[in-house]
Design a binder for this molecule. Sequence first.
Ligand SMILES: Cc1cc2nc3c(=O)[nH]c(=O)nc-3n(C[C@H](O)[C@H](O)[C@H](O)COP(=O)(O)O)c2cc1C
Length: 331
Amino acid sequence: MDRSRPDEETITAAVALACRAPSVHNTQPWRWRVGDRSVHLYADPSRQLPATDPLGADLLLSCGAALHHLRVALAALGWRAVVHRLPNPAEPEHLAAVEFARREPTDADVAMATAIPHRRTDRRRFSSWELPRPVLDRLAERAVEEGAIAHEVTGTRDLFDIASAIRAAAAVQDADPVYRAEVRWWSGGHAAVDGVPAANAPSGAPRHGDVRLREFPGGVLLDEQADESADDGASLLLLATSSDDRLSVLRAGEAMSAVLLEATAAGLATSPLSQPLEVAETRDRLRVEVLDGISCPQILLRVGWAAFNADPLPPTPRRPLTELIDQWETA
Ligand SMILES: Cc1cc2nc3c(=O)[nH]c(=O)nc-3n(C[C@H](O)[C@H](O)[C@H](O)COP(=O)(O)O)c2cc1C
């Protein structure tokens, strides 16, 4: 047995955990090529959402989350991932080449990997309890370790700017018949290995205080705590990077994953919100109004304590690995 590299079973387990990553509309826009000494992550442009994600940022964020999930899974299995991001400028879809180095897993590695199957996007109202400062600081640290910042949206002015950017972006999208058809296609009814199941989406457009979440038509998730008029205790984090190139967006996806897994490990509920980042005008408004033009907004995350009587959410489906792993190379 060659102990200088992970065996096939280890790699398959790590890729399977990577595929539990969150992705926009659960499109899972990734492919994997697995070699003897490396794993390669590719974007699958056929899964880009033309109306929701014309900039292609959601697709890259989703792939960044899968890359971070892969790193976390490998670490818990005893391998440090040595990652070469965007290794080939002539092949833009090739997002990462990952090699392996032996490393004893730490308790923190195991805790992060254990969080992967427990993480869910929870669109329900959270409890009124606010997050303790040490927890918020830990989430911010995870983002910084991945090259991003987690801007805490706290002041009334920031909250107002974010809430109105979400409303403006939703109005642009809802007025577009192609967007409406697209979100309907990826919602509820189309029982499949992808898309957002009806069981994970509240009916109508959930609104928590001033923050409106994306509507997935046909949602049947019961939100017993729903109360549109009141804020819950959720914290809103705006993840941002110093620039807006593809590498930065990929890294922001890794940072998003790191924050979501840290929050899950702490027993918190989470939900990404990308609508105001999908429309160029509101994306720019967040950059100027909330981040003072200094950094580039990538995605919003709602993080909070689930309501004490909230039922556990079912996992969303994933495509079979056989569809996602292109080939086994013996290089
Ligand atoms: C880049 C990105 C953008 C997302 N945007 C939204 C959003 O605007 N609204 C929402 O309710 N969920 C959003 N999600 C969550 C996905 O719908 C969710 O990850 C997917 O359905 C899989 O479900 P899971 O996270 O529970 O595994 C987003 C996820 C990612 C990675």
